[in-house]
Design a protein around this ligand. Structure first.
Ligand SMILES: Nc1ncnc2c1ncn2[C@@H]1O[C@H](COP(=O)(O)OP(=O)(O)OP(=O)(O)O)[C@@H](O)[C@H]1O
Length: 256
């Protein structure tokens, strides 16, 4: 069973009576613990795909199964429980709360779960937050206000927050979009590390270097997956050049 199984997924927006078929019969499976990148031209439907398969937005037609459960027919409160307990999100639009510290933003989704309702559970959440912040190198900004940190630190804080409930999958929309080269490398190292520890990752990116760190890359065009390439699991930096070259040649072949 895959983590995520998407069958004949369609998403249509209607604006001023005009129909825009953004996703057209998309089929895809994300295996347990797999890291998959989504690339494609601007407006091809990448972000819409991410929102629709993660239950952030509803599908017009088709089916999305998450560990065998159909998300498309699910009630809103059941869906939000799954999002909270089993999924992590690194979306640029999902800003952290400005009147809370970095640390409080990170633990908040933990405190909203049943685990967070007991003292012992909250202790575990606090411990996890500290370990995550240490791993991502942001312990020293724990008590900073959200607007007192750099873009790279904020993005790492978002990753900590997305990991706080030990999700089975992380959805990331341009996780390195607002970062400089060095921060971007570091964030990808973290996502690779999280993935190697067993969490599946589905990320959207325009950046070839970022996509080359994924096990498999999908190319979406006009709302459907036109092609995909399997690069295999990334084992270390030594193979980055080869992966980038392979991906680049494939993208050129697709007219990217
Ligand atoms: N909430 C919405 N309401 C109406 N139309 C939308 C909405 N969200 C996206 N669209 C339209 O859906 C199409 C695909 O948008 P989407 O953001 O998924 O593309 P994308 O591939 O992620 O683009 P980019 O690479 O530029 O971020 C676009 O034509 C966009 O205008």
């Amino acid at each position: 069973m895959g983590t995520l199984k998407v069958s004949n997924l369609c998403k249509t927006y209607i604006i001023n009576k005009r129909q825009n078929n953004v996703l057209r019969n998309v089929n895809l499976t994300i295996k347990e613990g797999e890291m998959v990148g989504v690339m494609g031209p601007s407006g091809s439907g990448k972000t819409t795909l991410l929102y629709t398969v993660s239950g952030m937005d509803s599908a017009t037609a088709g089916r999305v199964e998450f560990y065998g459960k159909d998300l498309t027919g699910m009630k809103a409160n059941e869906m939000s429980d799954i999002r909270l307990n089993e999924m992590g999100f690194v979306f640029q639009q999902m800003y952290m709360l400005k009147n809370l510290t970095v640390y409080d933003n990170i633990i908040l989704p933990g405190y909203q779960t049943p685990e967070g309702k007991t003292k012992e559970g909250r202790r575990k959440i606090n411990d996890r937050a500290k370990v995550l912040m240490q791993t991502l190198g942001i312990s020293e900004i724990a008590e900073n206000d959200i607007n007192e940190v750099s873009g790279g630190q904020l993005q790492r804080a978002c990753i900590c927050r997305s990991m706080i409930n030990n999700p089975k999958i992380i959805f990331a929309d341009e996780p390195t979009g607002a970062l400089n080269k060095q921060n971007s490398i570091e964030v990808m190292e973290e996502l690779n590390r999280i993935n190697q520890a067993g969490t599946a990752v589905l990320l959207v990116t325009h950046d070839m270097k970022v996509a080359s760190k994924c096990e498999r890359v999908l190319y979406i065009e006009d709302g459907d997956i036109r092609d995909e390439i399997t690069l295999g699991r990334r084992l270390g930096r030594a193979e980055d050049r080869t992966r980038e070259r392979t991906l680049n040649d494939w993208l050129i072949g697709l007219g990217w």
